[in-house]
Design a protein around this ligand. Structure first.
Ligand SMILES: N[C@@H](CCC(=O)N[C@@H](CS)C(=O)NCC(=O)O)C(=O)O
Length: 266
């Protein structure tokens, strides 16, 4: 494997939780964290609170996320992760584009995130995976604001309530996590479990019985799943239960990808 210990460290822009260590928690920035760690590319983290993402990225000259990377009706918007590569004086936005950039500029033979010819299929994996879990995600989202610093917590609750089409965040959080409403909480968890059952079915037909989506080769598709598991582990009140589902597959997968990536959590 190529050795990158002598290059200038890249900068990963990430959103902090309100815990001192680790501070990382979000699924999108975690993908890049896994990628950099797995490829053994040195990096430092620059923490940015949600309301500061757009002004900070605009002032740095980083690109907004283009609508095509989201849905056709969306406006361009500033999102994290963004990386800055001082070795090429370049900012890159969007976890998928960053992974492709890293594969092309820092090839690491044997640790390619996109083995030849697999990028389109891996893009499709993202869509299928996100679609499969979408309905149960309220159980995870509900735990986020309490994990963030006040400016980010307030921003997250306000913007995500709008995205879910509800007036106040309490409609999300009480639906999903109010222990006095067990059926509602259970309903969201069961949706999540059903979504993960679908993903488990895909993993079961992976070649040669290897533990990764592509058998023995860890790729972007695994990082996508691993980053979501990191998110669940950091914010979902029910993580202990979730990681035991499907014969303990999710807990095992999470431990495996943390170890294989040697992920720098910060
Ligand atoms: N497809 C993008 C999605 C990035 C994204 O949505 N990031 C969230 C943080 S998890 C964000 O920065 N949101 C900004 C906002 O809500 O204003 C990627 O994978 O990088």
């Amino acid at each position: 494997m190529a050795e990158y210990s002598t290059i200038k460290p890249l900068v990963l822009y990430d959103i902090p939780s309100n815990e001192s260590s680790p501070r990382c928690w979000g699924p999108n920035t975690a993908k890049t964290r896994f990628n950099l760690s797995y490829k053994r590319i040195p990096f430092t983290t620059q923490w940015v609170e949600y309301p500061s993402i757009a002004p900070t990225m605009e002032s740095l000259g980083a690109d907004p996320l283009l609508p095509v990377a989201q849905s056709p009706s969306d406006e361009p918007s500033y999102t994290l992760p963004v990386i800055y590569d001082p070795n090429h004086d370049k900012y890159v936005t969007d976890s998928f584009a960053i992974a492709q950039y890293l594969d092309s500029v820092y090839p690491t033979p044997g640790r390619e995130l996109f083995p030849e010819g697999t990028a389109a299929l891996q893009r499709a994996w993202e869509a299928a995976f996100t679609g499969a879990l979408q309905k149960g995600l309220r159980a995870v989202y509900a735990g986020v604001p309490a994990k963030l610093n006040p400016p980010s917590g307030e921003y997250f609750a306000r913007t995500r309530a709008k995205r879910f089409g509800v007036n106040t965040w309490e409609e999300i959080s009480s639906n999903a996590l109010d222990a006095s409403d067990p059926s509602s909480r259970a309903a969201h968890l069961r949706e999540l479990q059903a979504g993960l059952a679908g993903v488990e079915g895909w993993l079961k037909v992976s070649s040669g019985g290897g533990k990764w989506v592509m058998g023995d080769h860890l790729s972007w598709a695994d990082v996508f799943l691993g980053a979501w598991l990191l998110w669940f582990s950091r914010v979902a009140e029910d993580w202990e239960e979730i990681k035991g589902w499907h014969g303990g597959r999710w807990g095992r997968f999470f431990d495996d990808i943390l170890a294989e990536s040697d992920v720098k959590l910060d």
